[in-house]
Design a protein around this ligand. Structure first.
Ligand code: NI
Length: 165
């Protein structure tokens, strides 16, 4: 299992590099990320969370019913105006859940681990939320960046402790 980086690790704040080489090394990383996501009971895991600064994430919003989605170099092609607020957690912020407001529907264009381009049209529910949460990680963003300054202030003690570990 891969080591999941926690808040305070600078790799979580870097924008991941675009993936240009789709080789066995990449596919091994994908396989290990999926295993780690399953082991940690996560809905998604982004490469920066395992110390790899790349535009790569894996998602399973079905509780293991469908094969995980491998999301490489994702780009949103649609965001709905309509938003929804829901609790989100993050493997890099253990013990913290926050209410995050995001568009309800999104469409995304991405590549799989072989470089094939695919589209996810009008995703909603947990999948839409996971697509946005994981893509945030690829841009150096985390759920704490979505809450009000007051909420962040209330969290600052916990975050400081986390960053000092
Ligand atoms: Ni996360």
């Amino acid at each position: 299992m891969l080591d999941v980086r926690v808040y305070g690790d600078p790799v979580l704040r870097k924008r991941g590099a675009v993936v240009t080489v789709f080789d066995d090394k990449l596919r091994l990383l994908v396989k290990e990320m999926i295993e780690t996501m399953v082991e940690e009971d996560g809905v998604g895991l982004a490469a920066p969370q395992v110390g790899e600064s790349l535009q790569l994430a894996v998602i399973d919003a079905t509780g293991g019913e469908k094969p995980p989605i491998v999301l490489i170099n994702p780009e949103f092609t649609y965001h709905s105006e309509e938003t929804a607020t829901n609790e989100e957690g993050c493997l890099s912020l253990p013990g913290i859940t926050l209410k995050v407001t995001r568009p309800v529907f999104v469409s995304v264009k991405a590549q799989d681990e072989f470089g094939n381009v695919f589209n996810i049209e009008n995703a909603d529910g947990l999948l839409a939320r996971a697509l946005q949460h994981e893509t945030d990680h690829l841009n150096g963003l985390m759920i704490v960046d979505h809450v009000s300054p007051l909420q962040r202030k209330m969290l600052s003690g916990k975050l400081k402790k986390m960053a000092e570990r």
